[in-house]
Write a protein that binds this ligand. Structure first.
Ligand SMILES: Nc1ncnc2c1ncn2[C@@H]1O[C@H](COP(=O)(O)OP(=O)(O)OP(=O)(O)O)[C@@H](O)[C@H]1O
Length: 239
């Protein structure tokens, strides 16, 4: 498989804290890649480095071979790296349609209404176009964020805890949605819900204290002694 994103030696400190510390990482084209680790392990900082929301201090990031390390976030979005928290905070007073249209308009050349309809259909929000976004259930607002990301027709969609606040019935729908997106879209998913990540991910990277503790298939990660000690079996396993 070809690398969609390749990061080498990524580092970001906050004061004396090495939040992301020399991380090598490959996101293969078409995969669902889970990113897990204890609270404060550096997951959000790491994806913020990939998306350009936080500047890299050292290391390199390549997107399909092209060095994007120094590109500002909006240019990375244009190149196909969509990060739900970055570009797609829901506008609560606007309709569902207008929320997705705003995302779609800024980045797509095609017909906006068609793009909106397609993105809403994918996440299962068809019929709610005229609803005011702020009145949607929390779970539906999260799905709306995903639709806004999809409206950008990204190569890579980075999702930071997308199932937080979803009801269990909604989580099943979310899993079906994510599976339907690959391999056209490559997915990087920060996820605290172990059942979801073990079920969905082709591969998982475990961060701990800003470093890669392990990388492997869900089965390999479950069986990894260091991961069990640092995370899965620990007292503060979930966050
Ligand atoms: N802007 C910032 N300024 C200072 N410290 C920060 C900043 N962002 C993150 N940190 C620190 O960097 C470390 C990693 O944080 P990060 O949010 O990346 O971890 P995480 O794995 O996403 O955690 P969680 O699972 O709780 O979301 C933490 O100790 C955090 O306090």
């Amino acid at each position: 498989m070809a690398a969609m994103i390749e990061a080498k030696g990524l580092t970001r400190c906050f004061g004396g804290l090495r939040a992301v510390d020399g991380v090598d990482f490959t996101l293969e084209s078409g995969e669902i890649h889970g990113l897990i680790g204890p609270n404060g392990a550096g997951k959000t900082t790491f994806v913020s480095l990939l998306s350009g929301r936080v500047p890299v201090q050292s290391g390199t990031i390549r997107l399909q071979g092209e060095d994007i390390t120094q590109l500002p976030a909006h240019q990375r979005v244009r190149k196909g790296v969509a990060y739900t928290f970055q570009i797609t905070s829901v506008y609560p007073r606007l309709s569902v349609f207008d929320n997705v249209a705003l995302a779609s308009q800024s980045h797509s050349a095609g017909n906006v209404a068609e793009g909106v309809a397609e993105a809403l259909a994918k996440v299962g929000l068809t019929g709610l176009e005229q609803a005011i976004a702020g009145t949607l259930s929390y779970g539906h607002q999260r799905l709306l964020e995903v639709a806004m990301g999809l409206a950008l027709k990204p190569l890579v969609l980075i999702l930071d805890e997308p199932t937080q606040g979803l009801a269990s019935g909604e989580i099943d729908g979310f899993k079906t949605l994510i599976r339907s997106l690959v391999p056209n879209t490559t997915i990087l998913l920060i996820e605290h819900n172990m059942d979801v990540v073990m079920d969905l991910a082709h591969r998982i990277t475990v961060l701990n204290f800003g470093q890669v503790l392990a990388i492997g298939t869900p089965t390999q990660i479950r069986q990894n002694r260091a991961v069990q000690e640092a995370y899965l079996g620990g007292d503060d396993a979930a966050g």
